[in-house]
Design a binder for this molecule. Sequence first.
Ligand SMILES: *[C@@H]1O[C@H](CO)[C@@H](O)[C@H](O)[C@H]1NC(C)=O
Ligand SMILES: *[C@@H]1O[C@H](CO)[C@@H](O)[C@H](O)[C@H]1NC(C)=O
Ligand SMILES: *[C@@H]1O[C@H](CO)[C@@H](O)[C@H](O)[C@H]1NC(C)=O
Ligand SMILES: *[C@@H]1O[C@H](CO)[C@@H](O)[C@H](O)[C@H]1NC(C)=O
Ligand SMILES: *[C@@H]1O[C@H](CO)[C@@H](O)[C@H](O)[C@H]1NC(C)=O
Ligand SMILES: *[C@@H]1O[C@H](CO)[C@@H](O)[C@H](O)[C@H]1NC(C)=O
Ligand SMILES: *[C@@H]1O[C@H](CO)[C@@H](O)[C@H](O)[C@H]1NC(C)=O
Ligand SMILES: *[C@@H]1O[C@H](CO)[C@@H](O)[C@H](O)[C@H]1NC(C)=O
Ligand SMILES: *[C@@H]1O[C@H](CO)[C@@H](O)[C@H](O)[C@H]1NC(C)=O
Length: 887
Amino acid sequence: MPLGVVLFTVLAIVRCALGTYTDPSVLDACPGYHATNVATSGPNLTASLALAGEACNVYGSDIQTLSLQVTYETTTRIHVKITDADETRYEVPESVLPRPLADPSVDPSTAAIQFNYTASPFSFTIYRMSTGEALFSTASHALIFESQYLRVKTDLPKDPNLYGLGEHTETFRLPTENLTRTLWSRDAYGVGNGTNLYGNHPIYFEHRLSGTHGVFLLNSNGMDIKVVTNDEGSSLEYDVIGGVLDLYFLAGSEIDPTEVTRQYAEVVGTPAEVPYWSFGFHQCRYGYTDYVEVANVIVNYSNADIPLETMWTDIDYMYNRRIFTVDPDYFPITRMREIVNYLHDHDQHYVLMTDPAIAYAPNENYSTFDRGSAADVWLKAENGSYFLGVVWPGVTVFPDWFNPDIQDFWTNEFQLFYNPEYGIDIDGAWIDMNEPSSFCDVPCTDPFQQAIENDDPPARTTLPPAPNTPIFGDEYRKRALSKREYTGPENLLNPPYMINNAAGDLSNRTSYTTATHANGMVEYNTHNLFGTMMSTATHNAMLARRPGLRTLVVTRSTFAGAGTKVQKWLGDNLSDWEHYRNSISGILSMASVFHVPMAGADICGYGDDTTETLCARWATLGAFYPFMRNHNTIGTIDQEFYRWPTVAQAARSAIDMRYRLIDYIYTAFHQASVDGTPILNPLFYKYPQDSNTFGIDLQFLFGPSILVSPVTEENATSVSMYLPDDIFYDFNTFQPVRGNGSYVDLEVNLTSIPVHIRGGVILPLRAQSAMTTTALRQQDFEIVIAPGLDGSASGSLYLDDGVSITPNATTEVSVTYDNGAVTINGTYGYNPGVGISRIVLLNVDEPTSAALNGRDLTDSVSYDPSTKVLEITVDLPFNQNVSVQIA
Ligand SMILES: *[C@@H]1O[C@H](CO)[C@@H](O)[C@H](O)[C@H]1NC(C)=O
Ligand SMILES: *[C@@H]1O[C@H](CO)[C@@H](O)[C@H](O)[C@H]1NC(C)=O
Ligand SMILES: *[C@@H]1O[C@H](CO)[C@@H](O)[C@H](O)[C@H]1NC(C)=O
Ligand SMILES: *[C@@H]1O[C@H](CO)[C@@H](O)[C@H](O)[C@H]1NC(C)=O
Ligand SMILES: *[C@@H]1O[C@H](CO)[C@@H](O)[C@H](O)[C@H]1NC(C)=O
Ligand SMILES: *[C@@H]1O[C@H](CO)[C@@H](O)[C@H](O)[C@H]1NC(C)=O
Ligand SMILES: *[C@@H]1O[C@H](CO)[C@@H](O)[C@H](O)[C@H]1NC(C)=O
Ligand SMILES: *[C@@H]1O[C@H](CO)[C@@H](O)[C@H](O)[C@H]1NC(C)=O
Ligand SMILES: *[C@@H]1O[C@H](CO)[C@@H](O)[C@H](O)[C@H]1NC(C)=O
């Protein structure tokens, strides 16, 4: 390289503590590549790419020859893959993310999106066939491909509507002015604004008035994705520190934004169905000091008439914070089993935390450590010894999820500890700290010393309860509400391009990037897969315990595709309004972009003390998260919903709505598992031509048609709710509200939340809520018909046993309403044991007659002229098609 170029390069690259900034003109001045040997065959195009000039060597050496493979995999998906022609570089293993099926017969000329290119310098464009509009174009930005630095950059329309690229706490519509999204799994206590978080989903959707499309970069290496807007326009750039450029372009559709979500599901898989009971309310906290406290909370919920479906316990139960152990004094196994039995006898459930890190405890009779050591399944340091970190129990080893024996080890540990005969019969698993998190600061040369400095594991600060303390008895109830007091290969370590990792060094407070797996892969490449691989292993272990039954495995760290196996909470948020607000963007991203739909944020906030107002509002918002769990950390004030009367009331009324809607959201989940249709919808998915909706992330649609508009400001007694040009109905009063594309102010007291039905839908509601989902399933249905502006409506209902992966019987019903005719049509394999007790029609004129399957029904009809609500009392089992005609 000429001296002048060297100097220029050195001057233009500023390496900061966090991230590397390079003047874009330096990168754009790199030579790029020439395409040669271009060959097309059926849906394929292949070419060689040769470096087109003097190497620029910005972050290492430019690779001389690359190979390009382009495949039209379906009529809506193009796969563009660029690799090093001579060497086999790391790629995300198929075992972690199986590649999607391609249709070998696709005729490129019929595809909805097209690939074209310029040979010299090589650049490519993906454009929409119908409009000719470029969706992705590298035209003015050189491709850079170095050993530890890959860059691809596209121009975009100015200030584009971009969604995805998470996990993040940005607004749902990503800020486009000067955004860096960094993907590198991190234990991100407090989920810091703008930082890299627990999970990694390198997918974005871009919405335009002319359509919505998607771009997925299948790469697990650390990366920055930068979006910049200036006077000329906007651009998006990937800066990746390894792997290959493996891009999937999804055509989406010109009309329906949800089409792209289904196309993304074709690539990463559709979400797993979850047990029906998992939609119930979950209570958790870190800092329940002993089994008596856990039992107290269960009883208190029931005394307060707040439905509690599932009780959880955090690491508190463990002996010295070692997984697969219980503390014999604070959480003795006999008392734990008593709690589980009590819960199961009351149709409730139990979940325990399992972390990946395992105490390094040679010769201490810690059988989990001994068995794993004997099987040799621990992640290894560069020199072949165990890789050691510091986590809750002190110095730890980590499971090597690529080890061929790891699944057997993990399944066996679950079988032993969570054994229904003599262990703790959990109903779901909770897996945390799987970024993986370590408390060891780089350099982690003496983890033993760092563990001592961190006081891991800490001594207990309370006395254990008397061994025979009665639980679930009367005496117990008196104690229960009393307040508790708390006491207190190349450069794998430092690659030349440093991503903007908020933890600083890549290896800081996690596994070293040099740590090596049994298959030779290094954490440098696979770090971002750790949480997803633990998820799969845990899902399999739970499945082995209860073959054939759906699992609930709630994880913190995820990679693309995780939703096919597991569920997700948004990590360690704080009890403040900022986190309350951005939880909506968080769950929208998970449920409507990343396909990890069973997602929720810790209700009332995890870190710091909550307030009554915040907790009351959060109870109502959280009732519309797909996964509803209250959880907080040790040392913060108690925040179970029954602690304050307003919060209790807010929780009761919101859970009442949620439970009546469970079958509606369960039906949406079933649809998602079939084809990837989203479970939550940002408003623009349903109003793609209304540009006011593109940035809305303080309101959302629960399922396709329930508009949730929470209060989002502290002390506010009203909410400013956007209503598109459409008709809506208040969920509680059934009164119509005509939207006209503007904001409407609503008064909202502290115990309620505005919820509206979008016109045009038919909702299958349970006629009444219940204290458990088991009791809920014994309630009849009511069919609520909310006509759209054209006077018609439709909806569906899916029923099965609620637990089986492959149910032996299902019922699928579609309901339509048009011109006074209600048609219930379906297949009736599963008998829910209840029927339909009411049909409710909103906003209709008084009929003079009503008939069911031709039989007169007029006596069963009541009509309220002031509300224009018509109710028809019926008694219909779920075994036949029905038609109701009103006139
Ligand atoms: C296209 O490429 C795929 C993957 O390399 C190959 O299996 C297939 O045979 C190719 N099709 C044609 C028509 O060349
Ligand atoms: C590729 O398609 C885009 C969009 O239609 C067009 O602007 C561009 O000129 C085309 N490039 C080539 C090399 O054909
Ligand atoms: C964009 O953000 C980067 C990193 O935060 C910062 O260094 C740079 O100055 C910003 N650029 C502009 C134009 O604001
Ligand atoms: C997070 O960032 C956004 C946008 O930069 C800003 O509006 C908001 O106030 C920030 N929140 C916190 C808690 O810093
Ligand atoms: C590692 O993280 C700790 C805690 O956040 C921080 O203080 C330290 O500066 C980091 N060290 C490096 C080398 O990044
Ligand atoms: C809400 O009210 C409380 C109590 O009056 C007050 O301390 C707090 O500052 C208020 N918050 C805002 C955002 O106005
Ligand atoms: C709060 O508002 C809801 C919905 O309008 C209403 O049903 C409830 O009675 C109100 N609660 C109080 C205490 O006023
Ligand atoms: C389906 O399974 C349930 C529970 O195992 C059983 O009671 C029922 O008879 C089965 N139904 C059919 C149609 O096989
Ligand atoms: C009822 O469903 C069956 C199949 O499930 C379908 O063939 C039929 O057309 C449907 N009828 C109506 C009126 O929707």
